[in-house]
Write a protein that binds this ligand. Structure first.
Ligand SMILES: [Zn+2]
Length: 292
């Protein structure tokens, strides 16, 4: 089966003067919401014109000159695995500028295999979240979902996301406590008033590589050492000493890095909080830029 998450990520958005167009993502959100509501797989232009215009006005970019629903209705055909409109670009008088009268009586549908993918409501919901995350800051999400009429249906899913985030917060607290709120490498611990700034709880085996949210995969680091660990510029030896990539270069690397080379990093007092060697050796093997 096609990977529709990738198909969505590949949507070509019209870029004019470096500004993205939100027409296509809004058309998809509107029609996916229709499927979630159990509507059949036919979208007439007459039906979607008004709600899409409203969405474009509220959530399109302020400097988008056109609030034209006819644009994505035809041009989303450029993603043939996601959209089939019966008016094609080549049918237009001016292929770059569809007019309303040309699509007035047009209709479109999801290709059958995409439609059956969306019949699985959990999959449809994940696509909705993907579209929201890719195109709008989080502050917009609830308002868009409310206008699509799927706020309640999405609720359950969002709660699961919230639980994940809460688990994330536990990880952060546990790591910062165990490492006494300072960078395990340089011991930096900068506060603004009472607020710790610039110290992160970091994953040694990256979560994108299926690393876990457990304290034995966590370490507190300042921003520069966090970045360096994530990019593989530094790693940690079996003896828990800092190792530095021979590829690292540039000004001030002595004070930020080489000064700590082969020094022991800070290790939590509680044995149960120590890094698990399998996570650290994964980092040395797959993330660290050890090359000569
Ligand atoms: Zn540091």
């Amino acid at each position: 089966m096609l990977n529709y998450f990738e198909e969505i990520a590949k949507i070509k958005v019209n870029k004019s003067g470096g500004v993205i167009s939100l027409h296509k993502p809004l058309l998809l959100l509107l029609t996916i919401a229709d499927v979630i509501h159990g509507k059949p797989n036919v979208f007439t232009f007459k039906e979607i014109e008004k709600p899409l215009k409203m969405l474009l006005g509220k959530y399109g970019l302020k400097n988008t000159k056109t609030l034209k629903p006819e644009y994505p209705f035809v041009y989303l055909n450029s993603s043939p695995n996601l959209w089939e409109s019966n008016i094609k670009r080549q049918d237009l008088k001016n292929p770059d500028s569809v007019s309303r009268s040309e699509v007035e009586n047009a209709s479109a549908q999801f290709p059958p295999s995409f439609h059956s993918f969306l019949q699985n409501i959990e999959q449809a919901k994940i696509l909705v979240i993907q579209l929201l995350n890719e195109y709008w800051p989080e502050a917009y999400h609830d308002d868009i979902l409310r206008d699509l009429g799927i706020e309640e249906i999405m609720h359950q899913h969002m709660n699961q996301e919230a639980i994940k985030k809460r688990r994330g917060r536990l990880f952060v607290e546990e790591v910062l406590d165990s490492y006494e709120r300072k960078c395990a490498i340089c011991e930096q611990s900068i506060r603004l008033g009472d607020t710790l700034i610039g110290i992160d709880a970091c994953h040694v085996k990256p979560i994108q590589h299926f690393g876990d949210d457990h304290i034995t995969n966590g370490i507190a680091l300042c921003k520069i050492h966090h970045w360096a660990l994530d990019r593989g510029a530094i790693s940690i030896s079996e003896e828990r000493e800092l190792i530095i990539s021979p590829k690292l270069n540039g000004s001030r690397i002595n004070e930020y890095f080489h000064e700590f080379s082969n020094h022991k990093i800070f290790v939590p007092r509680n044995n149960a909080s120590h890094l698990n060697e399998s996570n650290v050796s994964y980092h040395r093997k797959y993330v660290f830029e050890g090359g000569r």
